[in-house]
Design a protein around this ligand. Structure first.
Ligand code: ADP
Ligand code: MG
Length: 672
């Protein structure tokens, strides 16, 4: 700050200092002479209120002028004659002093002049009176007093002026102080504002510092991120280069592929043309094939009919271990007209009748019984050989002709062996049922190529004592099974169904094997209830075959029935009839009745009788759809090779011969 522009506050301070110095200086106003017997100190006391006023101001108001000299003394040059003037404002005490002097002068008593230093009033200290007037010199004294009064008046005047000045100064100072106070307040306000601003600034600074720290931190993070991104960018660039190379490679390949594709498309077009030509050819071939298939079916049927709709095959089982070998010539299989190469169709059985003795006592020559059938299988014939002969009939079943195959013969002659197979699950000894089904599945598969779809549903029941029982029963019905009834599938329907029996769809050999296994188990359970029941009952395995040619709207359906008949042996009439035998007799009668009914049905069909007694037995009733009309029937007559069974064998062969003589109608396929 410039010296000229000193702060008003500092200026005031300087003035106050000066004032303080002024106030401290003692006033040395000239006092009246010693005759007043008052010292300067007393005068000082008289002047006290004035001084005090001045001092009081001195503390408050600064004056720029030093006033000490003006207040100290009256100049010495005024001499003794010069009566110091009493200041006007000395107050009543000064006036009283003057009055006292005047009063003392009036009476005029001679008052001896007091010697200096002997008066009662103390001498004025520091004041040198020019001379002492004698007491009588009242005039002189009056002059002195007048001089002094004048001096006082001047002095008073001067003090008034000074007072006025001081008042002015005081006013100025007060104004100045007011201004300064205002200024001070302004400044204080400004200071407060500045402080507030400073505080705010400080706070802002703090905030900014925090923000700076944060930003620095973020900057650090961002820098790290930037580095990572740069690294990533480098990697991506690398990857991009790799991908670009791959893309180039792919584009090259694509071009090559496109070239190949256009070549292929041309090739495809020519192939399509070729395919169309092939399809046309194929269609024609299919048509031709279908025509041929139909022709085959017709010719096949004709052949079967030529062979006979009722055919009888005779099968002689081998002698089993432990059995007595029959005498030579007991059973003979004469060759056919073309020699041994021809399949045997004839059988000769020799029977020596012990009752017919000769007169000489020598045994009579055995009687020879010759039989002729469609085919005769000697004991050595295998299952495959037997099946080959009947496979044509299985084909007929697929073509829509009902087929029924019986096994007839006494117990132990090999009926079950022929139908189901030998024990142990040996494929070599598999019976007709598994073989026929395998053949059906494979032919159906072949025919599917020509648009035929086949489905097969199997059932297996046994008829014992004219009751039907399900051999495929499972769960709680297993082995015991509730009684089944043979009913028509629906009102007016020709189709027959067995109530409570399971009809199981089959499509492969394994399923058929499982069913045969289940049937064996069911028979085994039944056997515990009654011994050898299986040989006293008819087992009927039926397969409902349904074929459809969706493309031509053709359908065919026919049952294939494979029947293991009950033992045909008769009860020896010579046997005593115990309770067991009576039961056995009832069984036998039931069996014989059903078997003779079968024979009668075949006869009636053969003779084209109006009434066919199907309903006379459960067996014929169940099989009626597989016997008449277009049906093809094959009967195996199973023969024991043993001499001891010769009687039963003859019975069987006779029954079979009768059947063999039958010719049942001209078969018609069940076409819909
Ligand atoms: P059926 O059922 O007529 O009562 P089986 O089929 O049970 O008679 O046959 C009786 C026995 O003879 C069985 O042990 C069987 O294995 C056996 N058998 C039957 N036929 C033949 C055959 N062709 N070859 C070998 N063994 C046979
Ligand atoms: Mg049997």
């Amino acid at each position: 700050m410039e010296p000229q522009q000193r702060s008003p506050l500092l200026e005031v301070k300087g003035n106050i200092e000066l004032k303080r110095a002024l106030a401290k200086a003692p006033s040395r106003l000239p006092l009246p002479g010693s005759r007043l017997k008052r010292g300067p100190d007393q005068m000082e006391e008289d002047l006290e209120p004035e001084k005090k006023r001045t001092r009081g101001l001195g503390t408050k108001v600064a004056t720029s002028r030093p006033r000490a000299t003006a207040l100290t003394t009256v100049p010495q040059t005024q001499g003794q004659t010069a009566v110091p003037k009493v200041p006007r404002k000395t107050g009543p005490r000064c006036s009283a002093a003057i009055a006292t002097v005047l009063k003392n002068q009036k009476p005029g008593p001679a008052v001896p002049a007091q010697k200096p230093g002997t008066t009662a009033a103390p001498p004025v200290v520091g004041r040198k009176k020019p001379s002492k007037r004698p007491a009588w010199d009242l005039k002189g004294q009056l002059c002195d007093l007048n001089a002094e009064l004048k001096c006082c008046r001047e002095r008073t005047q001067m003090l008034d002026q000074e007072n006025q000045q001081l008042r002015n100064q005081l006013r100025e100072a007060q104004q100045q102080a007011t201004a300064l106070g205002t200024e001070r307040r302004t400044l204080e306000e400004e200071l407060a504002r500045m402080r507030a601003q400073a505080e705010q600034g400080q706070q802002e600074l703090g905030n900014l510092s925090t923000r700076v720290l944060e930003l620095e931190e973020r900057l650090g993070t961002q820098e790290g991120l930037v580095q990572e991104l740069q690294k990533e960018q480098l990697e991506l660039q690398e990857e991009r280069r790799g991908l670009a190379a791959q893309l180039e490679e792919q584009e090259r390949r694509l071009q090559a592929s496109e070239a190949a594709l256009s070549g292929s498309q041309a090739e495809l077009a020519s192939l399509r043309q070729e395919a169309a030509a092939q399809a046309d050819l194929l269609f024609k071939r299919e048509e031709r094939l279908h025509g041929l298939e139909m022709e085959r079916r017709r010719l096949h049927n004709q052949l079967q009919e030529l062979k006979g709709n009722v055919r009888v095959f005779c099968r002689v089982r081998p002698v089993l271990p432990g059995e007595s070998t029959p005498p030579p010539g007991f059973l003979l299989f004469p060759s056919g007209p073309s020699g041994p190469s021809d399949p045997p169709t004839r059988l000769s059985l020799s029977r020596s009748d012990e009752r017919r003795g000769t007169l000489s006592g020598a045994p009579a020559a055995p009687t020879r019984h010759d039989f002729s059938f469609d085919r005769v299988f000697p004991p050595g014939s295998g299952q495959d050989e037997v099946f080959e002969e009947i496979s044509m009939l299985v084909q007929s079943a697929l073509d829509g002709y009902p087929v029924c195959i019986f096994a007839y013969g006494q117990t132990g002659s090999g009926k079950t062996f022929t139908m189901e197979g030998g024990p142990g699950g040996d494929p070599q000894v598999e019976g007709l049922i598994p073989r026929a089904l395998r053949h059906l599945f494979s032919v159906a598969q072949e025919l599917s190529g020509q648009g035929w779809t086949y489905s097969f549903v199997a059932s297996y029941v046994e008829i014992y004592n004219e009751t039907v029982r399900d051999l495929l029963a499972t769960g709680t019905r297993k082995g015991h099974g509730g009684e089944c009834e043979i009913r028509r599938a629906g009102p007016g329907s020709e189709e027959l169904t067995v109530t409570n029996a399971r009809y199981v769809p089959v499509s492969c050999e394994r399923e058929v094997e499982a069913l045969l296994h289940l049937a064996r188990q069911n028979r085994a359970v039944a056997r515990t209830a009654q011994n050898e029941r299986s040989s006293r009952s008819h087992s009927v395995f039926q397969l409902q075959i349904s074929g459809e040619h969706a493309g031509r709207g053709l359908q065919c359906a026919a049952p294939l029935s494979l029947v293991d008949l009950a033992g045909s042996e008769r009860l020896d009439p010579g046997l005593a009839l115990g309770p067991g035998e009576r039961e056995r007799l009832r069984e036998t009668q039931a069996i014989n009745s059903s078997l003779s009914t079968l024979g009668l049905v075949i006869m009636a069909l053969s003779n084209k009788e109006s009434h066919v007694p199907y309903r006379n037995s459960k067996l014929t009733y169940l099989l009626q759809n597989s016997l008449g009309g277009s049906a093809k029937m094959l009967m195996f007559v199973n023969i024991s090779p043993l001499e001891e069974n010769v009687s039963e064998s003859l019975n069987s062969l006779r029954f079979a011969s009768k059947v063999n003589q039958c010719v049942i109608g001209t078969a018609q396929a069940n076409r819909k």
